[in-house]
Write a protein that binds this ligand. Structure first.
Ligand code: HAM
Length: 420
């Protein structure tokens, strides 16, 4: 039997790849002082039905009625969950609150490249600060996360836009009603994906023209962009960011700055997306908790495809995966009568924090060395007739030395631990 379409099996090498991605995400988020949190995979359907997510996601929910007659859904995104958690406990945390999570999400998407039905996202959100400095900090976090995989400003671009500027433009054009404005934004969100006639038709139903929309995209320059660029320039990250008003985002709760990350060379789906959602907490708590917020979600699927495609990022990922799967030391049992001593060596090395493999039964020494190579071990330690002396082979440098039993702990302690 096969797995369901859009769902993945993770064989050990896939798990190592996933851990490389999530480990890198976690390391960079921690370096910006973000704290990790998580929420439930299953949520009440109402959490998404209200105005929270809105847009396309509502039509993509994995939802059902549970045995207790509750309407529930597998979470399609983190933002409504984190909003609920923040509303419950925001008072207890110093502001700004800086939280991240790494978790699986579920959307019943059409089969297409870069889109699955279960995928991972890094979500980072900064709550309680509406300043441009907070906006820049979040964009810097997103850019540094991409850079940690070896991606450069030639590989990716963060396209930055402003929903506030769009709302002003729409009001000027006579689209005053909020529901209509949302509808207009969802049409504009598809400018690059739908034929012009379809767009013209949809826009004219809202009293808009494609040419007015295109003119706005070409000429408008939101005031915040200079500040943002200046802040990113101070960090040497300005080349990663471009103003692009074509970005409006498909989700309903965004209020101001919005952004998406794209591959510069290929027209793939977005790698990440986010923005300000300054009213969501207030809307969800009937005004009781009113905190501005900005955040983003970065998926593992398009990012993983891009990392595989570029030679430099592919090599870096392959090295990390190989290192993660390798053991440090392979203990060769060259003389079966010394198996008890060999087990003692294995036990000691493991207690000292080394990863160790060895043959479970009697085997030819040549075969054991093949297994040692396959295990990725840097060292083979041969326990045999010379006990309590052992032979230590550096399988990479292809050197050999004697290691007396009493020096074992010192030697194991001197091994370099690779950075996680
Ligand atoms: P989103 O744009 O819906 O935003 O998703 C963010 C990223 O998740 C996408 O750019 C994409 O890489 C990945 N993604 C989304 N759907 C799929 C899928 N079906 N298969 C693979 N990858 C996918 C949000 O989810 C917002 N909640 C982000 C956010 C956090 N905004 C504020 N805080």
């Amino acid at each position: 039997m096969q797995s369901l379409p859009g769902f993945r099996d993770f064989f050990p090498s896939d798990c190592a790849r996933r851990n490389y991605i999530t480990g890198t995400w976690r390391r960079v988020a921690r370096s910006f002082g973000f704290a990790e949190y998580d929420g439930p995979t299953l949520e009440p359907l109402d959490l998404y039905r209200k105005k929270n997510s809105g847009g396309e996601i509502l039509g993509q929910l994995f939802s059902f009625t549970d045995r207790g007659e509750r309407e529930v859904a597998l979470r399609p995104e983190m933002t409504p969950t984190v909003a609920r958690m923040l509303i419950a406990k925001a008072r207890e945390y110093r502001k700004p609150i800086k939280w991240f999570s790494i978790a699986p999400f579920f959307r019943y998407e059409k089969q297409q490249s870069g889109r699955l039905r279960e995928f991972l996202q890094l979500n980072c959100d900064l709550v309680g600060d509406a300043s441009p400095a907070a906006d820049a900090e979040m964009l810097a976090l997103l850019i540094e996360t991409m850079r940690a995989f070896g991606l450069t400003a030639e590989d990716i671009v963060v396209r930055v836009s402003d929903r506030g500027a769009w709302m002003d433009f729409l009001a000027q054009q006579g689209v005053k009603d909020e529901a209509q404005a949302r509808e207009a934004l969802s049409v504009i969100d598809k400018l690059e994906r739908e034929p012009r006639e379809t767009l013209e038709k949809k826009l004219s139903a809202l009293g808009l023209t494609l040419s007015a929309v295109e003119e706005f995209i070409k000429s408008a320059r939101p005031a915040f962009f200079e500040k943002l660029s200046g802040n990113l320039e101070a960090r040497g990250l300005e080349d990663f960011c471009e103003l692009d008003l074509r970005i409006v985002r498909g989700l309903a709760y965004y209020t101001g700055l919005v952004f998406e990350v794209f591959d510069r060379r290929q027209s793939r789906r977005a790698l990440a997306g986010g923005g300000r959602f300054d009213r969501l907490l207030s809307d969800l708590s009937d005004g009781k908790v009113d905190l501005p917020a900005i955040g983003f979600g970065l998926g593992d699927v398009v990012l993983g495809d891009l990392l595989e495609d570029l030679p430099a990022t592919k090599a870096r990922m392959a090295a990390a995966i190989a290192a993660a799967q390798a053991v440090d030391i392979y203990v060769v049992v060259a003389d079966e009568s010394r198996r008890t001593e060999a087990l003692g060596v294995v036990q000691l090395l493991r207690a000292l924090g080394r990863s160790v493999d060895y043959p479970l039964g009697a085997d030819k020494v040549g075969r054991q060395f093949k297994d040692a190579d396959a295990s990725g071990a840097r060292y083979a330690l041969v326990v045999g007739a010379e006990w309590p002396a052992m032979k230590l082979k550096d399988l990479k440098a292809r050197t050999e030395s004697d290691l007396p039993q009493e020096s074992l702990a010192d030697w194991a302690g001197s091994l370099q631990t690779p950075a996680p």
